[in-house]
Structure formats: structure tokens, C-alpha cells
Design a protein around this ligand. Structure first.
Ligand SMILES: [Zn+2]
Length: 172
């Protein structure tokens, strides 16, 4: 007696992967709505190499209701600081920061790019006073938010998004 083998079809894994993306962490930070493709840059800004031993999940180019695509980072056991949030704002202006404690959202912050950026990046003009006089911090007007574009308050030189990223990543 022979039995014909029926190939049972695997259920779609889509639901499962969605479940994984929203899986809760016990304590730490979830950075959501990162501009698609920029999760690794955000990791670098946070100084996360993966060798610290913390559990880290990264999802890139996932579907989003609010954005077409987005990146997500979850870092267990670490709450990111306001200073770090200010840096992230320059490369992922739509991100949301969820601080998780005891599996619950303790604090939710939607990043907003301020009107002025002081001291985080350098002016691109080598003869700008902010690059030549000690004690004068860079001071920029935000002229565009998507992507972030800055104009120096002193010499009016524009610093574009690519250059901001280059500078931020170069600092680590
Ligand atoms: Zn300048």
C-alpha cells in the first residue's frame, strides 16, 4: 500500500515576520520611523557597533503607514539621551523614540527638527568666523527639513544633507 505524498504548503511567513518586528523588549529604546536606509547611520551616531553585547534588532525598508518605507532599531538595555536624539534628528527627522521600561512604553518622543542648530555641525565655509575664531560656535538656521538643510547664520553658506551626514558619521 502506497501513500501519495501531499506536499503541505507552508503558511505565509508574512504574518510571522510582522510579529517579529513589533516584538516587545524588556527595557531599552525603540527608534521607529527612521528614514528608510538610514538605520546604520543612526547606529553609528549612537556609537553602537554590536560588540557591546546588547541585543539589537534592525529592520530596514519595512512598510509603514506614515511613510512609504522606514527603518527601525531596537536596543535592549540602553536609553538614548537628548543629545543623541538631537543628532538623530538631523538625519532621520521623522523618527520616533520609544523608551521602554518593563515591556511598556515609558516615554514616547516624536523627533522634531528645531529652527536653529547650534554647535553640532561645522560650517562648510573654511573662512567662516565659526571656523576661525575660538569660542564662536556654529549657528545654523534650518532652511529645509526633508532632508535637513542648514544655512550658516554668520556667512549664509548652505550645508546640505550629505555633508551633515558625512560630518556626523566622521565624528565617530
Ligand atoms: Zn559660516
Amino acid at each position: 500500500m502506497t501513500q501519495t505524498k501531499k506536499k503541505s504548503r507552508q503558511p505565509k511567513t508574512e504574518a510571522k515576520s510582522k510579529e517579529l518586528l513589533v516584538q516587545k523588549i524588556q527595557a531599552g529604546t525603540v527608534i521607529d520611523h527612521i528614514t528608510a536606509g538610514y538605520a546604520l547611520a543612526v547606529m553609528q551616531i549612537l556609537g553602537i557597533t554590536g560588540r557591546e553585547g546588547d541585543i539589537i534588532s534592525i529592520a530596514m525598508n519595512v512598510q509603514s503607514k506614515r511613510m512609504e518605507k522606514k527603518d527601525i532599531i531596537k536596543v535592549e538595555g540602553r536609553e538614548i539621551t537628548t543629545e543623541e536624539i538631537n543628532r538623530i534628528a538631523l538625519i532621520a527627522p521623522n523618527a520616533t523614540i520609544n523608551i521602554i521600561r518593563d515591556y511598556k512604553i515609558h516615554e514616547k518622543t516624536r523627533i522634531s527638527v528645531p529652527d536653529k542648530i547650534i554647535g553640532i555641525v561645522r560650517c562648510q565655509n573654511p573662512s567662516c568666523i565659526t571656523n576661525n575664531e575660538r569660542g564662536i560656535r556654529s549657528n545654523f538656521q534650518v532652511v529645509d527639513r526633508t532632508p535637513v538643510t542648514l544655512r550658516c547664520d554668520y556667512c549664509k553658506r548652505i550645508t546640505g544633507h550629505d555633508n551633515i551626514i558625512e560630518q556626523l558619521l566622521g565624528q565617530y
